[in-house]
Design a protein around this ligand. Structure first.
Ligand code: C5P
Length: 238
């Protein structure tokens, strides 16, 4: 398979065409960003870690019958995925209060939530990714009512599967963000990535952060922490 022209460049990944219009070549970058791009750094090794972590997690989700776009690893920082039209929504699932949720509602970080909460954010840099309700999503014609129901259900299924996975790695899944895409026939696939960049992961015993909050909050070096997440994933697969 040939790597073709650049299709799209995001904050953490580049997407390239291949000789098959149904397949996209992804290169994970070393760039880290926070505060919608206001904080930006090159962190050597980050792309390789997120590529490998995402690949393993998407394979695990496939084994749990959660349809996703992942095909296979190509190299330490490259993978092949199925081409989809990304739905411009960030679907956030929360099990424990943290981050923007704690700030907005004055609920202390670390407070467990009785049942998982699903939130939708409109992916739009100019608007700073505002939170949107189902009515807003329909009004803006981002997705239909039926698609919104599917997104919510798939997000909750991913939550259950990931809680189980991370629990087996001695990690608590606090919250995470998902993105979804449509295939030509209209079916919806989980897309983008699932990594310590997109999840809040706390060590079960010590509550230490094993995720991007280390970077966002200037708590230290993310590389050993992301490596620890990959090591625990690999150990599980042995
Ligand atoms: O910042 P907030 O508390 O809303 O983040 C909720 C979850 O979504 C966190 O796990 C965070 O890593 C993830 N997220 C993300 N990309 C964004 C915003 C949030 O991966 N643009």
């Amino acid at each position: 398979m040939e790597k073709g022209t650049l299709l799209y460049e995001g904050k953490a990944k580049q997407l390239f065409q291949t000789d098959d219009p149904e397949i996209v070549w992804v290169e994970y970058l070393n760039q880290a960003t926070a505060l919608n791009g206001a904080k930006k750094d090159q962190i050597s090794g980050k792309g390789e870690l997120n590529n490998q972590i995402t690949g393993r997690i998407f394979d695990y989700l496939k084994s749990k019958e959660i349809k996703n776009h992942y095909i296979k690893q190509l190299s330490a920082n490259e993978q092949l995925i199925q081409a989809v039209e990304i739905i411009p929504l960030e679907v956030v699932v929360r099990n424990v209060a943290a981050g923007s949720f704690s700030k907005r509602l004055a609920i202390p970080e670390g407070s467990p939530l009785k049942s998982p909460i699903v939130e939708f954010y409109y992916k739009n840099d100019e608007l700073d990714d505002p939170m949107v309700t189902e009515d807003h999503i329909k009004l803006l014609e981002i997705a239909t009512a039926d698609e919104i129901a599917q997104l919510r259900q798939m997000a909750l299924e991913v939550d259950q599967a990931l809680i189980e996975l991370f629990d087996s790695m001695e990690i608590k899944l606090i919250d995470f963000k998902l993105e979804f895409g449509r295939q030509n026939d209209g079916s919806i696939l989980l897309a983008d990535e699932v990594s310590p960049d997109t999840c809040r992961l706390w060590d079960k015993k010590t509550n230490e952060h094993l995720d991007k909050d280390i970077y966002r909050r200037d708590l230290g070096d993310i590389i050993p922490v992301y490596q620890e997440v990959l090591n625990r994933l690999e150990k599980r697969g042995e």
